[in-house]
Design a protein around this ligand. Sequence first.
Ligand code: DGY
Length: 326
Amino acid sequence: MAHTIPRVARVFVTRRLVGDALQRLHAAGHEVDVWPGTEPPPQAQLVERTAQADALLCTLSDRIDDAFLAACAHLKAIANYAVGLDNIDLAAARRHGIPVGNTPDVLTDATADIAFALLLATARRLPQSAQAVADGRWGTWQPSGFLGADLVGATLGIVGAGRIGEAVAKRAAGFDMRVLTTTSRGGTPLDTLLAQSDFVSLHVPLTPVTHHLIDAAALQRMKPTAILINTARGRVIDQQALIDALHAGTIAGAGLDVTDPEPLPPDHPLLQAPNVLVLPHVGSATTRTRATMSELAVDNVLAGLAGRPLPHPAPTPPSTPTAAAS
Ligand code: DGY
């Protein structure tokens, strides 16, 4: 059934955004309802506020499931303020005829930078070294103090070489690293990549097939000196298996921008595991990147409300485990 296009529409935005992109919604004459909290709206509020809106601009912490979509089937657009879409039941959105968009490309470099920052920080043990300084344990310069791993000549395995994976590979080339990739189109088989890599960096979208892609068996295939980097989604790793592997010395460390759950409670056992550096999902967190993400999300909302195809539509779901993340 064709949607009617409101002349003046209402848009529910589930968090305050960076930049002034929302001004374009006001300028187009639309009403904008911005959730005032820093926490996501509780699910009941999310449904209630969206039920009164024509379009939704949401973030990766909002759960847009089948029940939500059934209650809000009148929506003319859902604009996710993220490239990842695992918080949205895309199949259900298609069934309800609701166009869904995301924010691809614009966060590629910022996220690749964070992957590389995690790689450098874990390789050179920056958190442990900085903590020693802060604790007054600096001591005399020691030949064997805070030894880390070299990047030059080391092998970096990139799992899911989409845009972000490719941007990480570009950075690795500047450090004279050898790069292996596994993608939906082929490349190095995952088992070989895990066995040969000194660093493994994950760049796959979270889907039913990539859920726990890195499980106990995968960790077992890695070198005991290897470091695992994850800037994709927490649930791509079986987190309990990772905690066990770090304690057992199956791998040497992990640098994680994403966890399961988020936020991670301060007493979570992952934070007690050796050689783990956890960041609070800051891959895209630069002022310019987040402001540009706002612009793309607003582009999607304006198009949806005007009955036009979204300029940044959700990609067709990948059919293979190692499809690109962005
Ligand atoms: C995304 O966009 O999917 C990132 O994880 C957050 O910016």
